[in-house]
Design a protein around this ligand. Structure first.
Ligand code: AMP
Ligand code: MG
Length: 292
């Protein structure tokens, strides 16, 4: 990574394609490897809060959230620190920066040794479901990586929650740190602006397999692959015990696995909308091509 190489990096959310956030050539190589639109800013990952305060300005709300949820699956969008090392390209030219301290021990070890901020967008090609295990990550972007770290299957399986703390606190992307948990700490969250450019994870079609995706299906049609939820004997049951955490952790791997069987469509059972269900339904709507 110090020599400018890209590294496939396990985190507790999804596998990332990681590189030096201060080097525009490295960041350009990541955009290239993902086929990612240039306007999409990347998250900078650091080992701890002290390292985060070198790249971004923390107010009281930011510090409260960081102390409660870091290391963990929460990203904060904050104003840049005066001498932020995160290069312009990584921020898509914005005067704000997205920052996170991941909890996965392998990610932490790498970040602590590297020292500086590391961008690590999901290791998939742009628009495809995020990889949540080593094999899927290597299949997606392994060809562009100088090294790949196998940290096992991702515990959370969904991308981090993204909260912007610029004026009003806004939820830019739901995730496994839930709206309710955040509001309990810093008060009500405003709705994210419709302007997708500020958070392209909000683009209507995203996280998509090749097959069309049909939602809220109780009974699949013949030829459809079925992602079930709740009791029953199915090849892809997101959670026989109706556990949202288990369903989140399996979602992307099952979408990919079902897609490999070339079904006429992937039908998905109804998933409750509370708690972690908000993030799961957000990703499913985008996989199906609907705005969330
Ligand atoms: P990913 O790296 O694929 O997990 O996506 C990062 C998410 O954070 C995307 O939804 C970005 O648009 C969002 N993001 C990153 N930096 C910023 C920023 N400065 N302002 C707003 N959103 C951001
Ligand atoms: Mg992504």
């Amino acid at each position: 990574m110090r020599a400018g190489g890209l590294v496939i990096l396990p985190t507790e959310t999804v596998y990332g394609l990681a590189g030096d956030a201060s080097d525009p050539a490295v960041v350009a190589a990541i955009f290239e490897a993902k086929g990612r639109p240039r306007f999409n800013p990347l998250i900078s990952h650091v080992a701890d809060l002290a390292a985060a305060e070198k790249i971004a300005i923390f107010d009281d709300r930011a510090r409260k959230l960081a102390e409660r949820f870091w290391p963990g699956p929460l990203t904060l969008v904050l104003p840049i620190a005066p001498d932020t090392p995160v290069c312009d390209l990584a921020r898509a030219g914005l005067d704000t920066v997205a920052v996170r301290v991941p909890g996965h021990p392998m990610a932490h070890a790498l970040l602590a040794r590297f020292g500086g901020p590391v961008v690590a967008p999901s290791a998939n090609r742009s628009g495809r479901p995020s990889p949540t295990n080593f094999a899927d990550a290597v299949e997606e972007t392994g060809v562009s990586a100088a090294a790949a770290l196998d940290g096992g299957p991702c515990e959370v399986g969904l991308e981090s929650t993204v909260v912007a703390l610029l004026d009003e606190a806004r939820l830019l992307r739901p995730g496994s740190v839930t709206r309710a948990e955040i509001e309990a700490l810093i008060g009500p969250l405003a709705e994210a602006e419709a302007d997708a450019k500020r958070s392209p994870g909000r683009l209507a079609r995203h996280y998509s397999p090749k097959a069309p995706v049909r939602l809220n299906v109780e009974t699949p049609e013949p030829g459809e692959a079925y992602l079930a939820f709740g009791p029953g004997d199915h090849r892809w049951n997101l959670s026989p015990s109706s556990d949202l955490r288990e369903a989140a952790a399996r979602l992307f791997a099952y979408l990919r696995d079902a897609d490999r069987t070339d079904p006429i469509a992937i039908a998905v059972a109804p998933i409750p909308g509370h708690g972690l269900g908000e993030a799961i339904n957000d990703r499913l709507k985008r996989a199906a091509g609907f705005v969330g």
